[in-house]
Design a protein around this ligand. Sequence first.
Ligand code: FES
Ligand code: MG
Length: 570
Amino acid sequence: MTYRSSEWFGKKDKMGFIYRSWMKNQGFPEDLFDGRPVIGICNTWSELTPCNAHLRDIAEYVKRGVYEAGGFPLEFPIMSLGETLLKPTAMLFRNLASMDAEESIRGNPLDGVVLLTGCDKTTPSTMMGAASVDIPTLVVPGGPMLNGKHRGKDIGSGTAVWKFTDELKTGKMTYDEFSHAESCMSRSPGHCMTMGTASTMACMVESLGMTLPGAAAIPAVDSRRKVLAQLSGRRIVEMVKEDLKISKILTREAFENAIKVNAAIGGSSNFIIHLTAIAGRIGVELNLEDFDKIGSKIPLLLNLMPSGKFLMEDFYYAGGLPMIMKELQSVLHMNTMTVNGKTHRENIHDKIECYNNEVIACYDSPLIKEAGIVVLKGNLALNGAVIKPSAATPSLMKHKGRAVVFENIEDYHARVDDPNLDIDETCVMVLKSVGPVGYPGMPEVGNMPLPTKLLDKGVTDMVRISDGRMSGTAYGTVVLHVSPESAIGGNLALVENGDIIELDVEARRIHLHVSDEVLARRRQHWKQPSAIAERGYVNLYVNHVQQADKGADLDFLVGKSGSKVTRDSH
Ligand code: FES
Ligand code: MG
């Protein structure tokens, strides 16, 4: 069989010389260029992405496996996106990183690719890029950190930060205690070990069939993560021989499975945006309503923070994602193909057992009966908004309240703790200009912390609405992803202090009690915020980004160009 890489390494002319000779400066022997499968290891390693900082090491285990199976592994870096350092938000660069992944895979002599992922955006960006090329692709997630340990208690990444910050604000914690807690929370390699976006993304790729079974939950430092990497290296070589392209894995049924699994694990609301963007690349029809239709009736089976009590390490020891899929088998498409060449049905066998029912509940006695993310519509979100009921307060899921409006994030920071702010716990906090265009990049600020004066009173939750996102590690009765966003003139832009807003999760409704006539009048006076960026990538981004309900991909990146490159470099 001749593979794609032979169009580089197999040439017997000047170009073949060029393609091989420079590679040989790395000490690769002649026989590696004999037409064997060449496997790219797309590495999102970076010291600026702490969650992925161990992936250099993981790559070595993938290489072992590739060599063992007779392939030729070549590791390459792409732009790595870390949630914690990157300003104004890593999400702004997800599409840029996806372009990097796509062009790096297509432009090089690769027959198959292993994606090394970890922190939130590193999974969707590489998946989007790979989907637009469509060669055999397998994901090795980097795995979660060990459970945080603080004063004898388990604490979760992100989730504990929100709690400690409230405690610092209200004086329950000193600054010294606060900074001491930092190293208690993050004490090993790996990504956030709550069911935040990174864990959600790892479960997403496993449920899509893009990883070897059981990949999502193994802690980053567990030796079995290395075994997984090595076995994945072996397997990708076989996938090339079988021509098992990513498009054969990413079918409509696979996406439906991912939506159901995400509901059962209480996955992040960011899942919606990323899965939609991936579907757009591979060419599978998936709209916002599908998430509600397919997922909202699925029960919550996994008891992990932020919705629940445990952390990823506990999830792994309890049986991991295969156990969740086993419980869900009556509602999943079990005949979909996975990267190991077997269907989910073949992978989810009798030997898989649940070792801790407190962590993984049975389908028949779930933690919550209907847990999936709900899609809301109404005059406040004509193209939809979302809420994660499993992270919300049940008594607030049907609520009518007076709007307290923050025009943008600076306005919010300047006024939220003002003792004279006219607000109480029945109000609805509204934040504008945090959408894809408005911020830009749709940051995770939708779970805006409550005013200190209300926290002091013991208020723990309020209805909050914005066109932004929220961290997968956060919680609250938070309406997110309002589309169209305020910065492009969505009705959210027209909300004024004192307007009455009604949330009714059961009726799937988010309504602004202001007449169409009044809204039309307000619209006449509305001025679009001025351009955020005159040049560079951000300028390209704001001019081409699609709204949240479409996955916030750049319009010209939707779809795929395949793996063909016809012209040589010299
Ligand atoms: Fe990287 Fe949470 S900050 S996964
Ligand atoms: Mg996050």
